[in-house]
Design a protein around this ligand. Structure first.
Ligand code: ZN
Length: 183
């Protein structure tokens, strides 16, 4: 009988499998993010692997164990668990600090969230998506789009892409509307 076998990171450790239904999948995400190399069914030992074996795995098992108690055998809280997986991943990776999760950056949790409908939208993607469906500037001679073409408005409620376009049109139409609404 062997005295002690070094934990092989190639397979998700049993203590993690025991505390998360998605452990197999999330473990592979973790290995990729931390930068663990698997070769011939075993991990290559380096600084990241050492940290993950000695600090990351016990930390992850303990945090997910506590999460299990919080859930009291009910459905897994995917977001709470994503916070845990990401934290351990960041703590096991190179770099000194772990950025806090806020409303603005919580899409970074998506890598650790399995159900698609639970994932957060990336504000940049959302903005790009919205700009595709926004109407064109109401100034038909608007030059503010790419390469001097007509621009799209910046929000669904705006009529013009800019103050200058609004001014151009109101001057041309010979009247100035009270500017109660912000462009
Ligand atoms: Zn315009």
């Amino acid at each position: 009988m062997e005295v002690e076998t070094k934990l092989n990171l190639a397979a998700c450790p049993p203590e993690i499998l025991a505390v998360d239904a998605n452990a197999e999948t999330l473990w592979r995400v973790l290995l990729r993010k931390v930068g663990i190399t698997i070769s011939k069914g075993e991990h290559i030992e380096d600084r990241g692997a050492w940290i993950l074996r000695n600090l990351g795995v016990p930390d992850l098992a303990s945090r997910l164990g506590i999460q299990n108690q919080v859930e009291k055998g009910g459905p897994q809280d995917d977001v709470a668990r994503a916070v845990i997986w990401r934290h351990v991943c960041e703590a096991s990776s190179a770099g000194d600090s772990i950025a806090d999760i806020s409303e603005q950056n919580r899409y970074v949790l998506n890598a650790y969230i399995i159900p698609k409908d639970k994932k957060f939208s990336n504000p940049v993607d959302a903005l790009r998506q919205a700009s595709r469906t926004l109407p064109l500037c109401a100034n038909e001679k608007c030059p503010h789009g790419p390469d001097g073409t007509r621009a799209t408005v910046s929000s669904p409620r705006a009529k013009y892409c800019s103050k200058s376009c609004r001014n151009v049109v109101s001057r041309r139409d010979g009247f100035a509307k009270p500017k109660k609404l912000a462009a």
